[in-house]
Design a protein around this ligand. Structure first.
Ligand code: SF4
Length: 219
Protein backbone atom coordinates (compact mmCIF):
# COMPACT_ATOMS: atom_id res chain seq x y z
CA UNK A 1 0.00 0.00 0.00
CA UNK A 2 1.65 3.19 -1.17
CA UNK A 3 -0.96 5.91 -0.64
CA UNK A 4 -3.37 5.54 2.23
CA UNK A 5 -5.57 7.32 4.74
CA UNK A 6 -5.92 6.60 8.44
CA UNK A 7 -9.32 5.86 9.94
CA UNK A 8 -8.45 6.31 13.61
CA UNK A 9 -8.73 2.59 14.38
CA UNK A 10 -5.56 1.05 15.82
CA UNK A 11 -3.54 -1.47 13.85
CA UNK A 12 -3.73 -2.67 10.30
CA UNK A 13 -7.45 -2.04 9.89
CA UNK A 14 -6.79 1.62 10.65
CA UNK A 15 -5.00 2.06 7.32
CA UNK A 16 -7.12 2.36 4.20
CA UNK A 17 -5.71 2.26 0.72
CA UNK A 18 -6.49 5.55 -1.01
CA UNK A 19 -8.64 3.72 -3.57
CA UNK A 20 -10.91 2.59 -0.72
CA UNK A 21 -10.87 5.84 1.19
CA UNK A 22 -13.97 7.42 -0.38
CA UNK A 23 -14.34 11.18 -0.28
CA UNK A 24 -10.89 12.65 0.40
CA UNK A 25 -12.13 16.09 1.44
CA UNK A 26 -10.13 17.34 4.41
CA UNK A 27 -8.23 14.07 4.81
CA UNK A 28 -4.51 13.47 5.13
CA UNK A 29 -2.95 11.26 2.50
CA UNK A 30 -0.03 9.22 3.80
CA UNK A 31 2.79 8.22 1.46
CA UNK A 32 4.63 4.98 2.12
CA UNK A 33 7.86 4.88 0.13
CA UNK A 34 10.34 2.66 1.92
CA UNK A 35 10.92 -0.13 4.40
CA UNK A 36 14.42 1.12 5.10
CA UNK A 37 15.31 2.73 8.41
CA UNK A 38 18.54 3.46 10.29
CA UNK A 39 16.85 2.33 13.49
CA UNK A 40 15.44 -0.86 14.84
CA UNK A 41 13.15 0.43 17.57
CA UNK A 42 12.08 -2.00 20.26
CA UNK A 43 8.48 -0.86 19.84
CA UNK A 44 8.45 -0.79 16.04
CA UNK A 45 5.61 -2.72 14.48
CA UNK A 46 8.17 -4.05 12.01
CA UNK A 47 9.55 -6.15 14.85
CA UNK A 48 6.69 -8.60 14.93
CA UNK A 49 6.56 -11.40 12.38
CA UNK A 50 2.78 -11.15 12.26
CA UNK A 51 3.00 -7.52 11.31
CA UNK A 52 5.58 -8.19 8.63
CA UNK A 53 3.47 -10.91 7.10
CA UNK A 54 0.10 -9.29 7.43
CA UNK A 55 0.70 -5.57 7.44
CA UNK A 56 -0.37 -3.76 4.35
CA UNK A 57 2.30 -1.09 4.86
CA UNK A 58 5.14 -3.52 4.36
CA UNK A 59 6.25 -2.96 0.75
CA UNK A 60 6.55 -6.59 -0.31
CA UNK A 61 7.07 -5.69 -3.95
CA UNK A 62 9.92 -3.35 -3.06
CA UNK A 63 10.01 0.42 -3.11
CA UNK A 64 7.71 2.10 -5.64
CA UNK A 65 9.51 4.32 -8.11
CA UNK A 66 8.71 8.00 -8.47
CA UNK A 67 6.64 7.49 -11.64
CA UNK A 68 4.44 4.92 -9.92
CA UNK A 69 3.79 7.27 -7.02
CA UNK A 70 3.02 10.23 -9.28
CA UNK A 71 0.71 8.10 -11.44
CA UNK A 72 -1.18 7.11 -8.32
CA UNK A 73 -1.45 10.69 -7.12
CA UNK A 74 -2.60 11.71 -10.61
CA UNK A 75 -5.81 9.75 -10.11
CA UNK A 76 -6.96 12.04 -7.28
CA UNK A 77 -7.88 15.68 -6.76
CA UNK A 78 -5.42 16.96 -4.16
CA UNK A 79 -7.01 20.42 -3.96
CA UNK A 80 -9.56 19.05 -1.47
CA UNK A 81 -7.25 17.23 0.94
CA UNK A 82 -5.68 18.55 4.15
CA UNK A 83 -2.05 17.51 3.67
CA UNK A 84 0.18 14.76 2.37
CA UNK A 85 2.35 13.02 4.93
CA UNK A 86 5.50 11.05 4.11
CA UNK A 87 5.35 8.36 6.72
CA UNK A 88 4.80 4.60 6.53
CA UNK A 89 6.74 1.59 7.69
CA UNK A 90 10.27 2.95 7.36
CA UNK A 91 12.18 6.24 7.44
CA UNK A 92 10.88 8.41 4.56
CA UNK A 93 14.03 10.52 4.38
CA UNK A 94 15.92 7.41 3.27
CA UNK A 95 14.44 8.51 -0.08
CA UNK A 96 15.09 12.20 0.23
CA UNK A 97 15.80 12.86 -3.46
CA UNK A 98 12.69 11.02 -4.59
CA UNK A 99 10.56 12.83 -2.02
CA UNK A 100 11.79 16.13 -3.43
CA UNK A 101 10.93 15.10 -7.00
CA UNK A 102 7.45 14.01 -5.91
CA UNK A 103 6.79 17.21 -3.96
CA UNK A 104 8.06 19.44 -6.77
CA UNK A 105 5.86 17.69 -9.28
CA UNK A 106 2.76 17.85 -7.10
CA UNK A 107 3.36 21.48 -6.15
CA UNK A 108 3.48 22.46 -9.80
CA UNK A 109 -0.16 21.49 -10.02
CA UNK A 110 -1.08 22.35 -6.42
CA UNK A 111 1.14 25.24 -5.25
CA UNK A 112 -0.64 25.41 -1.89
CA UNK A 113 -0.33 21.71 -1.15
CA UNK A 114 0.68 21.16 2.48
CA UNK A 115 3.43 18.60 3.05
CA UNK A 116 4.52 16.93 6.28
CA UNK A 117 7.36 14.49 6.85
CA UNK A 118 7.34 12.18 9.86
CA UNK A 119 10.94 11.25 10.62
CA UNK A 120 13.34 9.86 13.20
CA UNK A 121 15.48 12.96 12.55
CA UNK A 122 18.71 11.24 11.53
CA UNK A 123 18.88 12.28 7.89
CA UNK A 124 22.04 14.35 8.42
CA UNK A 125 23.78 11.21 9.66
CA UNK A 126 22.42 9.09 6.82
CA UNK A 127 23.77 11.51 4.20
CA UNK A 128 26.78 12.72 6.23
CA UNK A 129 25.88 16.36 5.56
CA UNK A 130 23.25 18.94 6.44
CA UNK A 131 20.32 18.14 4.15
CA UNK A 132 17.84 20.54 5.77
CA UNK A 133 18.21 23.27 3.08
CA UNK A 134 16.62 20.83 0.62
CA UNK A 135 13.41 20.99 2.63
CA UNK A 136 12.91 24.70 1.93
CA UNK A 137 9.67 25.53 0.06
CA UNK A 138 8.94 21.83 -0.08
CA UNK A 139 8.06 20.75 3.44
CA UNK A 140 5.61 22.68 5.63
CA UNK A 141 5.89 20.52 8.73
CA UNK A 142 8.56 18.16 9.94
CA UNK A 143 7.57 15.90 12.80
CA UNK A 144 10.49 14.25 14.60
CA UNK A 145 10.05 11.33 17.00
CA UNK A 146 11.99 12.38 20.09
CA UNK A 147 11.18 9.13 21.89
CA UNK A 148 13.32 9.73 24.99
CA UNK A 149 14.59 12.46 27.34
CA UNK A 150 18.28 11.56 26.94
CA UNK A 151 20.78 9.98 24.57
CA UNK A 152 21.17 6.72 26.46
CA UNK A 153 17.48 5.96 26.59
CA UNK A 154 17.07 7.04 22.98
CA UNK A 155 19.68 4.54 21.89
CA UNK A 156 18.22 1.77 24.03
CA UNK A 157 14.81 2.33 22.47
CA UNK A 158 15.76 2.96 18.86
CA UNK A 159 18.94 0.87 18.54
CA UNK A 160 20.05 3.41 15.94
CA UNK A 161 22.87 2.19 13.75
CA UNK A 162 24.60 5.52 14.42
CA UNK A 163 24.97 4.78 18.12
CA UNK A 164 25.07 7.21 21.01
CA UNK A 165 25.57 10.33 18.86
CA UNK A 166 22.09 9.88 17.38
CA UNK A 167 20.23 11.92 20.00
CA UNK A 168 22.43 15.01 19.65
CA UNK A 169 22.20 14.68 15.88
CA UNK A 170 18.42 14.53 16.02
CA UNK A 171 18.27 17.70 18.15
CA UNK A 172 20.68 19.46 15.83
CA UNK A 173 18.57 18.37 12.85
CA UNK A 174 15.52 20.00 14.46
CA UNK A 175 17.35 23.30 15.00
CA UNK A 176 18.79 23.32 11.47
CA UNK A 177 15.42 22.43 9.96
CA UNK A 178 13.80 25.44 11.65
CA UNK A 179 15.61 27.68 9.19
CA UNK A 180 13.77 26.12 6.26
CA UNK A 181 10.62 24.46 7.55
CA UNK A 182 7.87 26.65 9.03
CA UNK A 183 6.66 24.08 11.54
CA UNK A 184 9.11 21.81 13.36
CA UNK A 185 7.50 19.49 15.87
CA UNK A 186 8.88 16.78 18.13
CA UNK A 187 6.70 13.97 19.38
CA UNK A 188 6.52 11.57 22.30
CA UNK A 189 3.77 9.10 23.08
CA UNK A 190 1.66 9.48 26.20
CA UNK A 191 1.39 6.51 28.63
CA UNK A 192 4.49 4.93 27.02
CA UNK A 193 6.47 7.71 28.70
CA UNK A 194 5.95 8.70 32.36
CA UNK A 195 4.86 12.27 33.02
CA UNK A 196 8.22 13.39 34.49
CA UNK A 197 10.03 12.27 31.35
CA UNK A 198 7.48 14.05 29.19
CA UNK A 199 8.25 17.20 31.18
CA UNK A 200 11.98 16.73 30.48
CA UNK A 201 11.18 16.38 26.78
CA UNK A 202 9.06 19.52 26.98
CA UNK A 203 12.02 21.42 28.43
CA UNK A 204 14.34 20.07 25.70
CA UNK A 205 11.89 21.25 23.03
CA UNK A 206 11.55 24.66 24.68
CA UNK A 207 15.33 25.03 24.69
CA UNK A 208 15.48 24.02 21.02
CA UNK A 209 12.60 26.35 20.15
CA UNK A 210 10.37 23.64 18.72
CA UNK A 211 6.92 22.40 19.67
CA UNK A 212 6.41 19.17 21.61
CA UNK A 213 3.36 17.15 20.61
CA UNK A 214 2.32 14.41 23.00
CA UNK A 215 0.74 11.79 20.78
CA UNK A 216 -2.10 9.58 21.96
CA UNK A 217 -1.13 6.04 22.82
CA UNK A 218 -2.52 3.43 20.38
CA UNK A 219 -2.51 -0.12 21.64
S1 SF4 B 1 12.26 4.87 13.40
FE1 SF4 B 1 10.15 4.28 12.97
S2 SF4 B 1 10.28 2.84 11.24
FE2 SF4 B 1 12.35 3.06 12.09
S3 SF4 B 1 12.54 1.31 13.50
FE3 SF4 B 1 11.85 3.11 14.68
S4 SF4 B 1 9.60 3.01 14.73
FE4 SF4 B 1 10.35 1.61 13.11
Amino acid sequence: MILYTVTGKAGNEGYLDISKSGDLTGKNIYVNLTNKCPCNCVFCLRQTKKMLEGNSLWLREGEPDVETVLDLFGQYDLSIINEIVFCGFGEPLERLDDICIIIDSLKKQYPDLKVRVNTIGLANLIYEKDVTPILKDRVNTISISLNAPDEKEFLELTRSRFGIRSYEALKEFAVLAKRYVPNVVMTVVEKVMPEEKIEKCRKICEDLGVTLRVREFED
